[in-house]
Design a protein around this ligand. Sequence first.
Ligand SMILES: Nc1ncnc2c1ncn2[C@@H]1O[C@H](COP(=O)(O)OP(=O)(O)OP(=O)(O)O)[C@@H](O)[C@H]1O
Ligand SMILES: [Mg+2]
Length: 260
Amino acid sequence: MAAQLALQDVSLQFGGIKVLREVSFTVEPGSIFGLVGPNGAGKTSLFNCISGHYTPTSGTVRIDGNEVQGARPATLARHGLARTFQHPALQLHATVLENVLLGAHTRLPGGALEWSVRTPRTRRAEKELRAEALELLERNELGWAAHLPADELSHGLHKGVELCRALLMKPQLLLLDEPAAGLPHAEVEHLIATVRRLRAEDDITVVIVEHHMGLIAALTDHVVVLDNGAKLMEGTAAEAQSDPRVIEAYIGKDGADDAA
Ligand SMILES: Nc1ncnc2c1ncn2[C@@H]1O[C@H](COP(=O)(O)OP(=O)(O)OP(=O)(O)O)[C@@H](O)[C@H]1O
Ligand SMILES: [Mg+2]
């Protein structure tokens, strides 16, 4: 069976700045995989290379064995990929439900023409998606907010809305960029339970970038540590936390506090 996600020698350069240096790893189907490292290590840039927001300067990204580096996000959605962002960028004046529905256009049948004339088929599909979006919001305890403008919700709740948007895409592979940042302790526990359920009930493979080592230790089977754009080590969360190279990488950097 092909790995769900496989990176081979992924490098990324902007002008003279090397952001990623020959990063390779594989993520097995059904796993929860952690990507950690100090601030500026290149974690978000690596996610951007996987999700089609950046094109790697060299190297390959494979999803289910298919080479996808350089493909557009909409194409990657058809390969089963969805993601959330470190800084959620919701449409603030649109409702929470409308924001969630934005994720699903790749699931709608027919081309642009069919949508512009709104056939019975497109209307039916739209209605089904709305029902699914409402159900997702309910499951994530956001049903009460469905018809409120997004700007009436806190930053923490925006993350929940973004997760629902990503889940409406019915992904097989989900990338979460710092889902716990800024959440109070009780919400982090809730997030841990949610991610466990995504794997157990929805069969979703999850890759998480997080500074919250408690969450990484509780959830992941395997982690890769990035430092200065390069893979420093990989292993279990416990191995990473006790590895002298990892401890050294965090010391003296902004991430030192986060790693505690
Ligand atoms: N579009 C870009 N142009 C130039 N430099 C970039 C660009 N995107 C990222 N970088 C640089 O790449 C480096 C890695 O940034 P990145 O955001 O990937 O780190 P990170 O590991 O996600 O950090 P954090 O934990 O703070 O979120 C930084 O030095 C950043 O300035
Ligand atoms: Mg980042």
